[in-house]
Design a protein. Structure first.
Lengths: 248, 278
């Protein structure tokens, strides 16, 4: 009951109910009153976010605004000082670096920590989904940067997470590979329908990928946009303005 | 233009690489030349009576003695006893060193509690423990195995600590995110990540184990390569003494080759160890 009240509250905070296409979808994660301080400095201030299954949320913000801290808190890598995080099941994370074990084959990396349940077949299927069928027994060192990041994506999705956290996953890739990855990620998310939170510096990436874009400023959510509600090209200058970049 | 020049270049490249291979074979043959020549000189000098056979018996005598001992089976009894001591000591000292190394490498608490004491014990030359070992264990197998274990423990410990410390903390985060339990983390991340360093430790440990074994086997024993040497000394059998020295050295070389084989097998993923990797 208490949970329902919380959910209702966060919906009211996050977005007007009538415009939310994810209103009746199950929850991927709900954060309320989150706080994190490093010494004297408050990095995250009473922050609330709700993400529903299948919803793609981008978190934009300048360096040091606390967006990575938020993602790490959601991933369970950083303990918040106050607040609640409610998430069904364990979230999956794709980091900026692929973080593949160099001493394990590609399929073992995909199934990592869950080899028995996932098995080579499960890993193969996931690799097929990211366009790397037949590379199961390869060493990670034989993969290109983009391929390694695809394996990291397969490793995340093979666990069938309710919440997928992406920490600037395409920042180290070249421009063409990045565009390919955007298409792939959209496709995978629409098939598996996890809730997604992507942390990024890239305004265009956020516009292309996200159902909802949150702008974070000094530890709080300062603004929220739905790309579907804006004309093409309209959102980019708005977001850049929010980030303190003047374009004229 | 291009059509003419490319076969020419191919040809010259081919002939050059062929020459390089022949040169390498030549050098490897040449590297055996000096020891073989020395052996021949030694044999000739002994046959001509220039070296007294009690000081330095001819290589052919040593080989013959080896053959005789092998036929009677005596050699293998002693060899077996020595290898058993070395293996048991290595297994015990190696596992303790590894376990301590993983604990100290990972946990600051374990480091605070254990590292100083271990470093203090390490500062003792293990041969200085010999009288104490005899008092504790007598002159039985126990004392010999203890000595070998002690010699093996520290190189393995130090290199395991180093290897564990070198593991990328980002991979440990990954382990946390994927929900791995501790046994899985040790097996999938810590052990393979620290393996290059651990294998360096293994190679040092093998050398130390051998030294410890030689000393341990000169204590009162009735079996082992060391016993063979001590026994031969009593009867001035220089050929047997020489044979035991050669056996020690052959096993030492063999153990090192084994460690290197382990490196190529276990570190196939590592660009610096993989064969043929560019």
């Amino acid at each position: 009951m208490n949970k329902l009240v919380n959910i209702a509250k966060s919906i009211a905070i996050n977005a007007p109910a009538e415009s939310d296409p994810f209103l009746n979808v199950p929850l991927a994660v709900s954060v309320s009153g989150l706080e994190r301080r490093y010494g004297e400095r408050l990095v995250i201030k009473s922050l609330d976010i709700t993400i529903r299954k299948g919803e793609f949320v981008a978190l934009l913000g300048e360096s040091g605004c606390g967006k990575t801290t938020l993602l790490r808190a959601l991933a369970g890598l950083d303990a918040p000082d106050a607040g609640r995080i409610e998430a069904p099941g364990r979230p999956a994370v794709v980091f900026q670096e692929h973080r593949l074990l160099p001493w394990a084959s590609v399929w073992e990396n995909v199934a990592l920590g869950n080899e028995k349940a996932i098995g080579k077949d499960g890993a193969s299927r996931a690799l097929g989904e990211v366009g790397l069928a037949g590379r199961e027994d390869d060493w990670p060192r034989n993969l290109s940067g983009g391929q390694a990041q695809r394996v990291a994506l397969a490793r995340a999705l093979v666990r069938d997470p309710k919440l997928l956290l992406l920490d600037e996953p395409f920042a180290a890739l070249d421009a063409l590979t990045r565009i390919k990855m955007h298409v792939l990620v959209r496709e995978l998310v629409s098939r598996h329908r996890p809730g997604v939170l992507i942390v990024t510096h890239d305004v265009d990436e956020a516009v292309v990928l996200a159902d909802r874009i949150l702008v974070m400023r000094s530890g709080q959510i300062a603004a929220s946009y739905r790309p579907a509600e804006h004309a093409p090209g309209e959102l980019r200058p708005l977001l850049l303005d929010e980030l303190g970049v003047t374009t004229h | 233009m291009a059509e003419i020049s490319s076969p020419l270049q191919d040809f010259s490249a081919d002939s050059r690489s062929g020459f390089a291979i022949r040169k390498a074979t030549l050098y490897s043959v040449l590297s055996w030349l000096a020891p073989l020549l020395l052996l021949c000189l030694w044999e000739a000098a002994s046959q001509l009576g220039l070296i007294a056979s009690q000081v330095m018996p001819a290589p052919s005598r040593v080989a013959e003695t080896g053959w005789q001992l092998a036929i009677t089976g005596e050699l293998f009894v002693h060899l077996g006893a020595s290898l058993l001591r070395a293996t048991a000591g290595f297994a015990i000292g190696g596992s303790i060193g590894f376990a301590l190394g993983v604990a100290v490498g990972f946990s600051p608490l374990a480091h605070a509690l254990l590292d100083r004491s271990i470093q203090m014990i390490r500062a003792i030359p293990f041969l200085a423990m010999l009288p104490l070992v005899i008092v504790w264990f007598g002159v039985d197998e126990g004392g010999k195995i203890f000595l070998v274990s002690l010699a093996v423990l520290f190189p393995i410990y130090i290199n395991t600590v180093l290897g564990v410390r070198q593991i990328d903390p980002k991979l440990m985060e990954l382990a946390k995110v994927t929900g791995m339990n501790w046994p899985a983390i040790v097996r999938r991340i810590i052990l393979p990540g620290a393996m290059p360093s651990i294998l360096t430790g293994v190679r040092y440990a093998l050398a130390h184990a051998w030294l410890a074994l030689v000393i341990a086997e000169t204590l009162a024993t009735t079996k082992g390569i060391g016993f063979l040497a001590m026994d031969a000394r009593e009867f001035l059998q220089t050929d047997v003494i020489l044979l035991t020295i050669i056996i020690y050295s052959v096993i030492g070389v063999g153990a090192d080759a084994l460690a290197r084989l382990l490196e190529t097998r276990l570190l196939g993923w590592h660009p610096n160890f993989a064969k043929g990797a560019r």
